[in-house]
Ligand binder design. Structure first.
Ligand SMILES: [Zn+2]
Ligand SMILES: [Zn+2]
Ligand SMILES: [Zn+2]
Ligand SMILES: [Zn+2]
Ligand SMILES: [Zn+2]
Ligand SMILES: [Zn+2]
Ligand SMILES: [Zn+2]
Length: 452
């Protein structure tokens, strides 16, 4: 019977079709059936043809106009106008009503032991049976009516619940997630075991709770202990040797790290500086080679900035070992400061060198331009030299021609000097009488001709 369709709610208005046939405890008689819904008559009406109908079934049928009585047709007694069903031509059949209502009935819902008359069934049991099957209004699961309340409160997956702590309503599916964030959710302090601390007050509580365990202050250097707040001083006193050991390991680790760090960064910087030096020298060399090169500016680094100070505060340690450690730490700090100062100086120098390289590059460009101008001039000069060379060669040709004519003339001269002529050579002697007298007197050699 679980699959039976849910019964509609009870009403005395007669706005329902007939009762289910199965509620009859005794034998079913056809005269008790509605000729429309074929169930047990509810508030029967009798039409002019004599057939009975539930008041609901009749009204529903004639509401859209007069209809032929299907029972009359079935029984082959159809005749107009008596077999036509229409509004106002049927009357309540109180005799049939009394007869039907007096019939013995049982409840059809599985598990229900109710019995009574149909009148009682309609008045007190129909739609109110604890065993009727109805769907849950939220999840639509089919349930017995008497299980609905429990289902709604505890089982329905779609039910809404008020949070036990903050009283806000939540969908059942979300209530677990809400527990994780509910500000009123009761927490238990792990230290003092105090219960029912609302979540929103928990942080304040553990700040003040002296029994709450917190990690030891030395957990940064490796102490794994967590200690109740009120016992933290006892722990630090009792474990000072272990703490110092951890500290020493920690500092040694730092030292190793520093040492492995130092050469790397410094080497890199010095490498870079060497490279810059190299390129600077090359540039200077090139500049020297350029005849019109601009004077090379001297490289000088500006003074380095003051070294940065490492501001770190350490709480002093109580014992002599602590002092020694602090000393060690201090010297490490100084080394680190010195290293970072040197790094900064180097960085500064690198910057300066980069600037110089920049300037030199500019000079190089300018020199290259000048060089080009000179090259052009040189080509022009070369052309002029070529022209002059040509002229010199022409002149040389002319000179050699002259030489030839001179040689020819010399030849002619020699020929002429070797030639003899028949004739009288007249030689005029000036101051003849004086020279004769001198010759006679022996003062001067005599001219050959005079002696003849
Ligand atoms: Zn009916
Ligand atoms: Zn009829
Ligand atoms: Zn029942
Ligand atoms: Zn449900
Ligand atoms: Zn809540
Ligand atoms: Zn506590
Ligand atoms: Zn510790």
């Amino acid at each position: 019977m679980a699959a039976q369709e849910p019964s509609p709610p009870s009403s005395l208005e007669g706005n329902k079709p007939g009762f289910p046939r199965k509620i009859l405890a005794n034998k079913l008689e056809d005269k008790h059936l509605c000729n429309i819904c074929q169930k047990i008559l509810r508030r029967p009406f009798q039409a002019q043809c004599g057939h009975r109908f539930c008041s609901y079934c009749f009204n529903k049928t004639v509401s859209s106009g007069p209809q032929k009585c299907s029972a009359c047709i079935k029984e082959d007694i159809f005749e107009e106008p008596t077999s036509i069903l229409k509004q106002g031509c049927a009357f309540p059949d109180n005799a049939a009503k009394r007869e039907v209502e007096a019939l013995e009935a049982v409840c059809i819902n599985e598990g229900c032991t109710w019995t009574g008359t149909i009148k009682e069934y309609e008045a007190t049991h129909e739609g109110q049976c604890d065993f009727m099957i109805i769907p849950c209004p939220s999840c639509k699961e089919l349930l017995r009516a008497n299980e609905l309340e429990r289902h709604n409160e505890r089982e329905c997956p779609e039910r809404t619940l008020n949070c036990k702590y903050c009283k806000e309503p939540f969908h059942f599916k979300n209530i677990k997630a809400h527990d994780e964030i509910c500000p009123k959710y009761p927490m238990i302090c792990e230290g003092c075991a105090k219960k029912k601390i609302p979540r929103e007050k928990y942080v304040d509580h553990i700040k003040l709770c002296t029994k709450f365990r917190t990690p030891c202050r030395f957990h940064v250097v490796g102490c794994d202990m967590s200690v109740e707040k009120e016992k933290i001083h006892d722990h630090e006193r009792a474990c000072s040797y272990e703490h110092l050991n951890l500290l020493l390991h920690f500092i040694m680790g730092i030292k190793v790290n520093l040492e492995s760090l130092q050469p790397q960064s410094l080497e890199l910087a010095s490498h870079k500086i060497q490279e810059l030096h190299q390129s600077l020298r090359e540039l200077e060399l090139k500049m020297g080679q350029l005849s019109a090169g601009a004077p090379v500016q001297g490289a000088c680094a500006p003074p380095p900035p003051p070294p940065p100070t490492l501001a770190t505060s350490f709480t002093p340690l109580p014992t002599a070992v602590g002092a020694a450690l602090e000393l060690q730490l201090h010297s490490e700090k100084t080394k680190v400061a010195e290293l970072s100062r040197r790094c900064q100086e180097l960085e500064l120098k690198v910057g300066t060198f980069e600037n110089i390289v920049c300037v030199l590059n500019r000079e190089m460009e300018r020199s290259a331009t000048t060089m080009e101008a000179y090259n052009r001039q040189h080509r022009l000069d070369q052309d002029k030299i070529d022209i002059l060379n040509n002229k010199v060669r022409q002149l040389e040709r002319t000179v050699s021609l002259r030489d030839i004519s001179i040689v020819e003339m010399e030849g002619k001269m020699r020929e002429m000097s070797a030639a003899t002529y028949d004739g009288v050579f007249v030689w005029k002697i000036s101051d003849f009488s004086k020279k004769r007298q001198d010759a006679v007197a022996g003062r001067a050699p005599a001219i050959h001709g005079f002696m003849q």
